[in-house]
Design a binder for this molecule. Structure first.
Ligand SMILES: C[S@@+](CC[C@H](N)C(=O)[O-])C[C@H]1O[C@@H](n2cnc3c(N)ncnc32)[C@H](O)[C@@H]1O
Length: 194
């Protein structure tokens, strides 16, 4: 499904980075693990700040476009085609984990999220933005599956070992390509490994 969505020449979510990521990029140190990286807009942005970034996604088509975008911007990113259902992030390895619109079923999150906590170096942070269940009532983006949508309480429960730096549910205007367009209900999270 994702390879089909990425098959055209256009960048489905645009080539500009996610605005929540831009707002807080100054908090990130490398190496950065960027989950569900897609066509590379966020990894390329972070690389342009001088950060070492590994973008992981199950779509080889998306990651090929990510590498092409990096080339066109004159930056280097690392990419890995992998299914997050089985992906094993290195332990104690990352200054930051970035998860932008990485909507996963709870059965995948329950295995992956503890591994993400473990993959952070002390002081490292997770930066996450996702649609909430309130987004089900909107037609402005995100999966139509409550299990894949996040909330403050799911995040508190699923990242029990991180210190919360920021955690909020807000409605905000999202303009990130044709699939993410309009007023949206999102949850934003920054958690630090102490
Ligand atoms: C909505 S897109 C977001 C892409 C990117 N984060 C962005 O903001 O531009 C969701 C991405 O999740 C990836 N994805 C979905 N399920 C996945 C899985 N189980 N393993 C790895 N990637 C997955 C898809 O291939 C797709 O690129």
């Amino acid at each position: 499904m994702w390879n089909q969505r990425y098959a055209g020449d256009e960048f489905v979510y645009g080539t500009e980075p996610n605005s929540f990521l831009v707002e807080h990029a100054g908090r990130l140190t490398g190496p950065v693990l960027s989950l569900a990286e897609g066509e590379g807009r966020n990894a390329v942005y972070l690389a342009s700040l001088g950060l070492d970034v590994l973008g992981v996604d199950s779509s080889d088509v998306g990651l090929a476009k990510a590498q092409a975008l990096a080339d066109s911007r004159g930056v280097t990113i690392r990419t890995e085609v992998a299914d997050l259902e089985t992906f094993e992030p290195a332990e104690n390895a990352y200054g930051a984990v970035v998860s932008i619109w990485a909507h996963l079923p709870s059965r995948i999150r329950s295995r992956l999220y503890p591994l993400l906590e473990r993959s952070l170096k002390p002081g490292g942070i997770i930066l996450l933005e996702a649609y909430t269940v309130d987004q089900l009532a909107r037609e402005t983006g995100g999966p139509k599956d409550a299990d894949m949508l996040l909330t403050r309480s799911k995040i508190e429960r699923e990242f029990p070992n991180l210190e919360t730096v920021l955690l909020r549910e807000i409605d905000r205007e999202v303009q990130e390509g044709s699939y993410h367009a309009g007023l949206s209900s999102v949850v934003q999270f920054i958690g630090r490994k102490v």
